[in-house]
Write a protein that binds this ligand. Structure first.
Ligand code: SAM
Length: 280
């Protein structure tokens, strides 16, 4: 059957290259090119952008990103077996797809990309959160990326967009909203993937803010938030004990009731507390 880009259907690619999915690599493939094009469209206007994709696998989303007009896609893939099918895509889109074989945790993509940069990926679940935290805590403002369009397990996606007062609210939501506007843009059942995972998934789209939502020293903010949520059931005056002298006064000055628990406190108050601590 013909496809929109003239390349073989993904099911044939998988059979031809013997790409049986490996659990250890978090391999749950998207084989519907209409769906991968839909995800690529969520990434915004790609025509003037370089796109970083982690874990292209057999290339379903890669093909979506290229068909949607990405100036260039840099794809980092750990599984050597995927290189041959990715080379076929590169040949169909001359000079627009660069593939690096390796572990995304070990590779600095900036050496290969020209701004503006967007990131789009159906992330391997075992390194997805770690990569997201790295992208949300770079040293520079604004971050090196304009947007992130990322597939996660539904439960992780909900933690990224969570609001105070909800069970999912915590460090990930605070880091994300400090740096970006985040929302869930697509929800997917397990059957959308081959093989089907046990849980549902969702695509989260994050748009970088030009500057922090509220001022705060990133290191201090991260320390405060990590400590507050390390013992999320405790009142903050206990959970944050030892963080600074006169803790209760500082909490009150930051608009936080010392008996509050971390999960009810918003980003604005956490940033105020971080500033108060930085001020000494
Ligand atoms: N993008 C493809 C799709 O949507 O069909 C595959 C997605 S699959 C969930 C995750 C992909 O990430 C796999 O191809 C896997 O081999 C790759 N992968 C796993 N760990 C990786 C790592 N540390 N660095 C780079 N790629 C990795």
């Amino acid at each position: 059957m013909a496809t929109i880009d003239g390349l073989p259907p993904l099911r044939d690619v998988i059979t031809q290259h013997g790409l049986s999915a490996r659990k250890s690599l978090g391999q749950n493939f998207l084989l519907d090119l209409n769906l991968t094009a839909k995800i690529a469209r969520q990434a915004g206007d790609l025509s003037n952008c370089d796109v970083l994709e982690i874990g292209p696998g057999p290339g379903g989303l890669t093909r979506g990103l290229l068909a949607e007009g990405a100036r260039k896609v840099l794809a980092i893939e750990k599984d050597h077996r995927c290189l041959a099918p990715l080379a076929e895509i590169a040949a169909a889109y001359p000079d627009r797809l660069e593939v690096i074989e390796g572990d995304a945790l070990d590779i600095d993509p900036l050496a290969y990309l020209t701004p503006p940069i967007r990131i789009a990926a159906n992330l391997p679940y075992n390194v997805g959160t770690e990569l997201l935290v790295r992208w949300l805590t770079p040293p520079q403002w604004p971050p090196f990326w304009q947007s992130l369009t990322l597939m996660f397990q539904r439960e992780v996606a909900e933690r990224i967009v969570a609001q105070p007062g909800s069970k999912a609210y915590g460090r990930l939501a605070l880091l994300a909203s400090w740096r970006a506007d985040a929302r869930i843009v697509i929800s997917l059942p397990p059957e959308a993937f081959t093989p089907a995972p046990k849980v549902s998934s969702a695509v989260v789209h994050l748009t970088a803010l030009p500057e922090p939502r509220y001022p705060a020293d990133p290191k201090v903010l991260e320390r405060v938030v990590a400590k507050a949520f390390n013992q999320r059931r405790k009142m903050l005056r206990a959970a944050l004990k030892g963080l600074a002298p006169d803790l209760e006064d500082r909490l009150i000055a930051s608009g936080i009731t010392p008996t509050d628990r971390a999960e009810t406190v918003g980003l604005e108050q956490f940033c105020a507390l971080a500033r108060n601590i930085t001020a000494g």
